[in-house]
Design a protein around this ligand. Structure first.
Ligand code: SF4
Ligand code: SF4
Length: 146
């Protein structure tokens, strides 16, 4: 059996409401970055957690609070989600921080089958900051009332 933890990008899972369904589907189907496990090895998903959020240039170790939530439970491998690998500028720093704290823990950089990276980045950018029909916010009401 392989005990697996997944850490995802907060922007993707929180701001765009992704429940990691594609990560989990490919884990069930042993596709993408789950192909690496041999067919007879059962996959046990110990937990999924999102990252500590941007920006973490000043304190990349912040990720450890999140990783600890799965790493402390006899984990065999920690997968960084596809969205993290495609979007996160802090990935190398996270990798170093996790390696230092959990030297024995295997890290895998990916989950579901990779998509075309530039297109994925553009699509997520549009979800986070839509160019068309930007929703009105409290700021608009405040400014209109002044
Ligand atoms: S870009 Fe990186 S630090 Fe920012 S929310 Fe995504 S994974 Fe977290
Ligand atoms: S890798 Fe894809 S399915 Fe998994 S959490 Fe990120 S956006 Fe969602």
């Amino acid at each position: 059996m392989a005990r697996i933890g997944i850490v995802t990008c907060s922007n993707c899972t929180q701001d765009t409401n992704c429940a990691a369904v594609v990560c989990l589907a490919d884990m069930r189907k042993r596709q993408g970055f789950f192909e690496r496990y041999r067919p007879h090895v059962a996959l046990d998903l110990v937990g999924i957690i999102n990252c500590a959020g941007c920006p973490t240039l000043a304190a990349p170790e912040k990720i450890l609070r999140k990783v600890r939530a799965v790493a402390e439970f006899k984990l065999d491998a920690l997968h960084f989600s596809y969205c993290m690998t495609a979007l996160c500028p802090f990935l190398d720093m996270y990798k170093k921080a996790v390696k230092k704290e959990y030297p024995e823990l295997e890290m895998v950089f990916g989950t579901h089958k990779p998509l075309e990276k530039k297109e994925f980045q553009a699509q997520v950018g549009e979800l986070l900051c839509p160019s068309i029909s930007v929703p009105r916010a409290m700021t608009d009401l405040i400014k209109e009332g002044r």
